[in-house]
Design a protein around this ligand. Structure first.
Ligand code: ATP
Ligand code: MG
Length: 301
């Protein structure tokens, strides 16, 4: 998606962004923003609004509907453009590069400023929103929770967790956040799932992963989505990423989530490397992490 937006950024004019941010404001109140409200929200004349709508629609930054009333909403590309512009103004991002990972819930891109960074655009709420929208066929807006809001909240939660965890826990260094996007240190390495571990590396890597979970717990967080897809293995150790769903350790389900995380991590190693790991009782591991005594467990396996 962003590769569609990035080349368009250069020919967007400041007034195009007035229109996009006017739409963003309007979408706090309804899914589709009435044409008549746009001059006020965007601080543009009605004539300019018309001109800007055409420019932005051609570039796929907004969508139009004409059932019941003439209304507009941002596309994700339009929202991406607003976030990218904010990062550019703050000099967090000067260039957008190749995708690093594109999924259902997020798109991650390599970006550049003074240093190479990763830019993660959250997509939570968007797929869901599309489904609901189709069923509802443009009826009441009463239960309107904008995907903009859902995606932005996810980015804020993830950024907050990274700020709390870094540098005690090996996570990407958080750099900046705007709307549904976060800029962070770019990690070199491969996902654990694709890492080609040699026999004698298996247990040490598992211990590193568990040690990061223990450090996160000590800092006050449980990851709550631990898997071989959310751990990077590099020459200098492991990095745990993807933290939007992390829960504070004083959350009522934190213990259960910690146990599930431990089972996911240990279970993966057991399935993939049964000879190196063997049968490990995961309950004892979660107990030790929760008690702040993980270190006394190692070497454990
Ligand atoms: N800081 C980073 N440096 C380098 N690559 C990254 C970074 N953060 C994320 N990635 C890449 O982007 C992918 C998706 O990131 P992440 O796991 O945070 O999002 P996600 O919401 O799980 O996405 P998905 O829906 O694809 O699982 C990762 O698997 C990784 O390859
Ligand atoms: Mg992930």
């Amino acid at each position: 998606m962003v590769e569609n937006v990035a080349p368009k950024m250069a020919d967007l004019e400041p007034e195009d962004f007035y229109l996009l941010s006017g739409l963003e404001q309007g979408m706090r109140f309804s899914e589709w923003v009435a044409r008549g409200k746009l001059p006020e929200f965007s601080q543009l004349t009605s004539e300019d609004v018309g001109y800007r709508i055409d420019r932005c629609e051609t570039r796929g930054l907004l969508e139009r509907k004409t059932i019941q009333y003439e209304g507009y909403r941002l596309t994700f590309e339009g929202y991406d453009a607003l976030a990218l512009r904010a990062f550019a103004e703050r000099e967090t991002v000067s260039e957008v590069g190749a995708p690093l990972g594109v999924g259902k819930e997020s798109d991650v891109y390599e970006v550049r400023s003074h240093e190479p960074l990763a830019l993660k655009f959250h997509r939570e709420g968007y797929t869901e929103f599309r489904e609901v929208d189709r069923e509802r066929e443009y009826t009441a807006d009463r239960e309107h929770v904008s995907w903009l809001y859902t995606a932005r909240k996810a980015a804020e939660r993830e950024y907050e967790a990274l700020e709390a965890l870094y540098p005690e826990v090996s996570v990407p260094q958080p750099i900046d956040q705007n709307r549904h996007a976060i800029a962070m240190e770019r990690i070199d390495g491969v996902e654990l799932e694709r890492a080609d571990l040699k026999g004698d590396q298996v247990v040490p890597v598992l211990e590193l992963v568990l040690a990061e979970m223990a450090a996160a717990y000590e800092t006050g967080y449980v990851h709550a989505d631990m898997s071989e897809y959310n751990v990077f293995v590099g020459s200098d150790g492991v990095t745990v990423f993807d933290w939007p769903q992390a829960v504070p350790t004083d959350h009522e389900n934190s213990r259960e989530l910690l146990e599930r995380d431990v089972e996911n991590a240990v279970g993966y190693f057991q399935r993939k490397h049964p000879n190196a790991v063997g049968e490990v009782g995961t309950d004892g591991v979660a107990d030790a992490i929760a008690a702040g005594e993980f270190e006394t467990l190692t070497p454990h396996f």
